[in-house]
Design a binder for this molecule. Structure first.
Ligand SMILES: Nc1ncnc2c1ncn2[C@@H]1O[C@H](COP(=O)(O)OP(=O)(O)OP(=O)(O)O)[C@@H](O)[C@H]1O
Length: 288
């Protein structure tokens, strides 16, 4: 599986006074099994970009290839693409509408026209994956906590058995515990199901801890596309576009500016601790 975007442009309300060039010459290759963070300030084009990946929006210019096939070919099956590239919108729990959790999760696979048994199996499996027990499946989604509702909404997309899972700000509005639970869930889906994940976020701390590749957008363009630690070396440029590197990056760079020979690449607290211990040992400083 791969997704290729070839010179993709998207213009809202083209030819009107409200024209907005939201995607500008986007070239990307997303490989099978990657865990990607997509980050950018409000209005940088993240939501517009991800809606192109499953064919919900059509590029004004440029091509998109899924597994080598041009998704804009007249005979391309866009319905199938949408089941393969699952999109979890911001606040997905607002789209829960059935009277029970299980009915909600079955909705997508039922619409694919699958046999009832297959629909049941997929729904139970998806709910298990997101940690919703069988004792809860007949509850109304509205009896759940915010984090649980969100997990049910993610199960609804997982029940479609997507090859690519895209989550738009999956932690928005959750408390720190709910946020960690969702990010750990997404991380385990990536590891255990070998599913390609694209995580849209405003939070560098979130993405630094989880993703392997980070794409930074600014004004409809891709500004950086690299491993997180490499992207964070540009922390000053990130600040200029209203973003910030993780706190750890600032601590390590401050040490370096003070003349200490530390590696400034750690992006997580654990990595920074290891680096500081290494540096202290080298200096003969005893850290207890
Ligand atoms: N329906 C629309 N009509 C006109 N312009 C739009 C429309 N939707 C988005 N835009 C504009 O396109 C640009 C990109 O918007 P988009 O929602 O993709 O950004 P984003 O990075 O996802 O923002 P956020 O983080 O706030 O969700 C913005 O300038 C936005 O105002």
């Amino acid at each position: 599986m791969s997704i290729i975007l070839d010179h993709v442009n998207y213009i809202y309300s083209q030819g009107t006074a409200y024209e907005k060039h939201a995607l500008q010459d986007i070239n990307l290759k997303i490989e099978d099994g990657e865990f990607i963070g997509l980050i950018g300030h409000t209005g940088s084009g993240k939501s517009t970009l991800i809606q192109h990946l499953n064919g919900l929006m059509k590029a004004t210019e440029g091509c998109i290839y899924y597994n080598g096939q041009d998704i804009y070919d007249s005979d391309y099956n866009l319905k199938e693409l949408r089941s393969k590239v699952g999109l979890v919108f911001q606040y997905p729990e607002h789209q829960l509408f059935e009277t029970s959790i299980i009915k909600d999760v079955k909705f997508g696979p039922s619409n694919l026209g699958l046999p009832a048994l297959e629909v049941d199996l997929r729904a139970y499996e998806a709910l298990k994956q997101v940690g919703i027990g069988e004792d809860m499946i007949d509850l109304s989604p509205f009896e759940l906590s915010g984090g649980q509702k969100r997990r049910v909404a993610i199960a609804g997309v997982l029940a479609m058995k997507p090859e690519v899972l895209i989550l738009d700000e999956p932690t928005a509005g959750l408390d720190p515990k709910g946020r960690d639970e969702i990010l750990n869930l997404v991380s385990s889906l990536h590891k255990e199901n070998k599913i390609t994940v694209i995580l849209v976020s405003h939070s560098m701390e979130d993405v630094a801890n989880y993703v392997e590749r980070l794409i930074v957008m600014d004004h409809g363009k891709i500004m950086f596309d690299n491993e997180p630690k490499k992207v964070f070396t540009h922390y000053k440029a990130l600040e200029q576009i209203g973003l910030a590197a993780p706190q750890v990056t600032y601590v390590m760079n401050r040490l370096k500016e003070c003349g200490q020979s530390v590696n400034t690449e750690p992006t997580t607290v654990d990595e920074a601790c290891e680096e500081i211990i290494r540096w202290a040992k080298k200096k003969g400083i005893l850290l207890t």
